[in-house]
Design a protein around this ligand. Structure first.
Ligand SMILES: Cc1cc2nc3c(=O)[nH]c(=O)nc-3n(C[C@H](O)[C@H](O)[C@H](O)COP(=O)(O)O)c2cc1C
Length: 435
């Protein structure tokens, strides 16, 4: 039997497509657009959707907010937690994962919110653990600048240790609702933790009932060696942008090795790779679409502003037709490395065109649904697993693109036995572990 792989979708509570011929409106703030999307993805049996998040209006490109606001790039971006509640209320099986930064929430507050959302979703909630990589975000939370990556992950390790303990403060049978004795919860089964770490303290217990999954599914995207160790230690699902098939295979092997060193069964850590398929009724139509996108006026500016936003490097300073000098960042080094192709001698313009649409594609997938499905199957076989995280090539969602995937690509994958055709379990962590 063909080995199946997992499908997730990566999106943000950001403006949907607003100025293209098949735009939807650009003001999805009541959540309805994304609720519809969640229903469509559930119909297509996606394992989960993951809502990204950042906490600033960037000024990284050209030291100004202008480009970001002009293109609605990385801002506006609304809070994913209430959206998660709406999306799960409208669905029954699909997992909903939101990004919350260890910099932004007090551990108790995050544990409480995650527990509440796990209840509302009936056990389908996931937390994408990020440490935040931009100074502008840190400054919104009262810091002068972002702590160095090593410190951020040291803090995050302690943070996750603490919230894990908070999730355990209510034993599974703590709520007894004994009418005769008039007891709602058995106090002997609700525990204080008195956590005193280097960075965080919390007394506990949590004031929410133990959630259906006990704790949410943990997602993470470690790119640096330190980040990968963190992912290998904590994550149920690691999301990554691979550098071609070989890069994906190596990343997965390496991460599984780290998980084993951390004392985990590597099969308990699923690795899913970002892709941005471009689909058409014919291969030529798909290629034309792709060409139109990369040759549009705004493409280069948007791509550079995006990579500037996640690396805190001002890409407006570099000439477009010369190679980049070697650069490092306290932000997303992995995204920078993938984008810059160090040593290739390529000009900045060539790099942008090759990154083709948001820097988040692990392999190029352009063609008819059948062609792309076939290639996805081949790639997964070579990589070894465990799935893909789809996002749109323009990083904007449109109903048209969602339908191309749910009614074109997914059925083509299902016909090949490569993805699920039904949900077997109710909880997100079980869905992820099913294969
Ligand atoms: C697919 C993917 C999604 C990510 N989503 C977010 C996000 O929503 N918010 C955020 O602050 N960082 C996000 N990141 C950044 C990661 O959390 C991480 O910082 C990055 O991969 C670099 O790794 P490092 O922290 O080990 O340097 C994402 C990364 C990837 C690859």
């Amino acid at each position: 039997m063909t080995k199946r792989f997992h499908l997730g979708w990566f999106m943000g509570f950001s403006p949907d497509e607003w100025n293209e011929p098949f735009a939807n409106g650009g003001s999805p703030w009541d959540g309805e657009f994304y609720v519809d999307m969640a229903k469509s993805l559930e119909r297509a049996c996606f394992d989960f959707m993951m809502v990204e998040d950042t906490l600033m209006v960037s000024e990284a490109y050209g030291e100004s907010r202008d480009v970001y606001l002009k293109h609605a790039l990385m801002a506006p971006k609304h809070d994913p937690a209430p959206l998660a509640a709406l999306m799960t209320a409208a669905t029954r099986k699909i997992g909903v994962v939101i990004t919350m930064s260890t910099m932004a929430y007090a551990p108790f507050q995050l544990a409480r919110l995650a527990s509440t959302l796990d209840h509302i979703s009936g056990g389908r909630f996931g937390w994408n653990i990020v440490t935040t990589g931009e100074n502008a975000s840190a400054q919104n939370f009262g810091m002068e600048e972002l702590p160095p990556r090593e410190v951020r992950y040291e803090m995050a390790d302690e943070y996750v240790g603490l919230v894990r303990q908070l999730f355990e403060t209510w034993e599974p049978d703590a709520v007894v609702m004994d009418r005769e004795k008039g007891v709602y919860a058995d106090a002997s089964k609700v525990h204080q933790i008195d956590f005193k770490g280097k960075y965080f303290r919390s007394r506990g217990p949590l004031n929410t009932v133990r959630s259906p999954q006990g704790r949410p599914a943990f997602f993470q995207a470690g790119g640096s060696p330190r980040g990968r160790d963190f992912a290998a230690k904590h994550a149920d699902v690691v999301v990554a942008v691979g550098n071609g098939v070989e890069g994906m295979r190596k990343y997965r092997e390496e991460l599984r090795g780290r998980a084993e060193k951390a004392g985990r069964d590597p099969d308990d850590v699923k690795i899913v790779f970002c892709i941005t398929p471009t689909l058409g009724e014919t291969e030529q139509e798909a290629r034309d679409k792709h060409e139109r996108m990369i040759n549009s006026d705004r493409f280069i500016e948007q791509s550079l502003a995006f990579i500037a936003g996640v690396t805190d490097i001002d890409f407006s300073k570099f000439p477009l037709d010369e190679p980049l000098p070697h650069l490092t960042t306290n932000g997303e080094q992995g995204s920078l490395d993938k984008f810059a192709q160090w040593g290739s001698g390529k000009t900045l313009r060539q790099l942008v065109i090759e990154a083709s649409g948001g820097l988040v594609s692990s392999v190029e997938l352009i063609g008819t649904p059948d062609q792309v499905a076939e290639k996805m199957g081949e790639v997964m076989e070579q990589v070894g697993g465990d799935g893909f995280l789809i996002t749109s090539p323009s990083l904007r969602m449109s109903r048209r693109y969602i339908v191309e995937v749910t009614d074109g690509l997914v059925p083509a994958l299902q016909r090949r036995g490569l993805v699920r055709t039904a949900y077997a379990t109710d909880h997100l962590r079980d869905t992820i572990k099913e294969f």
